[in-house]
Design a protein around this ligand. Structure first.
Ligand SMILES: Cc1cc2nc3c(=O)[nH]c(=O)nc-3n(C[C@H](O)[C@H](O)[C@H](O)COP(=O)(O)OP(=O)(O)OC[C@H]3O[C@@H](n4cnc5c(N)ncnc54)[C@H](O)[C@@H]3O)c2cc1C
Length: 164
């Protein structure tokens, strides 16, 4: 990934850490946009996803590996005046990562990545059965471009950056 300042890295990694799911956008085999919610893992500028071995998403990415992954923290609703509609704001932080998917085939690397995925959700250690590891499709996405934004705060406090 490109060089980013520590403040920006903290924002990106803090936002991603707060999320429980992401939205993975791709181009399907008809050339149309296709976006699905997914669980994820993240470590050292790489996003990891996992799925069953087949399906629309896997077929789409085999034909075009470009992917756009959006993370959005749980949002909060605030208002300045309860009776004024345009003073209502939904506040949240989001990060968009772009890259290309490769599917990991190596057994030991798959296990390491399953640990990264589980670490997003729990500190508990896990063991995985051999068939489970063989059957799971592991998506590896080194992040080529990343942008972040805080949404819904007053303009002077807003924060928007783009690095690519
Ligand atoms: C919070 C959350 C987390 C999830 N995490 C994961 C994950 O980590 N890994 C994983 O593999 N799946 C996860 N899913 C399910 C995922 O969103 C897809 O449904 C699943 O991966 C199947 O995708 P597919 O492209 O193979 O669909 P297919 O089985 O090929 O789907 C056939 C058709 O069903 C429709 N469809 C598929 N998925 C959805 C959907 N989510 N919502 C509405 N319509 C749909 C589409 O129109 C698609 O063309 C998660 C879902 C949720 C809600």
């Amino acid at each position: 990934m490109v060089t980013i300042t520590i403040e920006e890295r903290e924002f990106i990694e803090g936002t991603i850490k707060e999320c429980k799911e992401c939205f993975a956008g791709m181009i399907d085999t008809d050339g149309l946009p296709y976006v699905i919610p997914m669980n994820f893992g993240y470590k050292d500028d790489v996003v990891y996803l996992h799925s069953g071995p087949e399906g629309t998403a896997v077929r789409s990415l085999e034909s075009n590996p470009s992917i756009c992954i959006t993370f959005c923290t749980p949002s909060e609703i605030t208002h300045q005046h309860e009776e004024v509609a345009c003073s209502y704001r939904v506040q949240g932080s989001s990060v968009i990562c772009r890259g290309k998917v490769t599917f990991v085939e190596d057994f030991d690397e798959k296990v390491e990545i399953l640990d990264i995925l589980m670490a997003q959700y729990t500190d508990r250690p896990f063991k995985y059965s051999d068939p489970a590891v063989r059957n799971v499709k592991i998506w590896k996405i080194p992040v080529d471009k990343v942008t972040g934004k805080i949404f819904g705060v007053p303009y002077k406090e807003s924060h928007h950056f783009k690095k690519d």
